[in-house]
Design a protein around this ligand. Structure first.
Ligand code: SF4
Ligand code: SF4
Length: 78
């Protein structure tokens, strides 16, 4: 399984960062997130990046970032 990212659908809400940090540490601390959301306020572009600490939510029934993203910017790949 992989994580498919569609920046174009992201609204920059950063809920995925909170969900990911909860997976890693049981608390809401975006600095512990494997997924990072950045936005360019001048151009209005949002960019998503996932680093090597992502374990695809091992031991969770579903990847938490996908579960809590309501725009469809994150999806499961093969
Ligand atoms: S990927 Fe989804 S949850 Fe994360 S910032 Fe974008 S819209 Fe929000
Ligand atoms: S799949 Fe899990 S570990 Fe990977 S970015 Fe999403 S929430 Fe974080």
């Amino acid at each position: 399984m992989s994580l498919l990212i569609n920046d174009q659908r992201c609204n920059g809400c950063r809920t995925c960062e909170l969900a990911c940090s909860f997976h890693h540490g049981g608390s809401f601390s975006p600095e512990r997130s494997s997924i990072k959301v950045t936005s360019d306020s001048r151009e209005g572009k949002v960019q998503l990046k996932v680093d090597a600490t992502c374990d695809l939510c091992a031991a969770e029934p579903e990847p938490l970032c996908i579960l809590h993203c309501f725009t469809g910017a994150l999806e499961k790949g093969r």
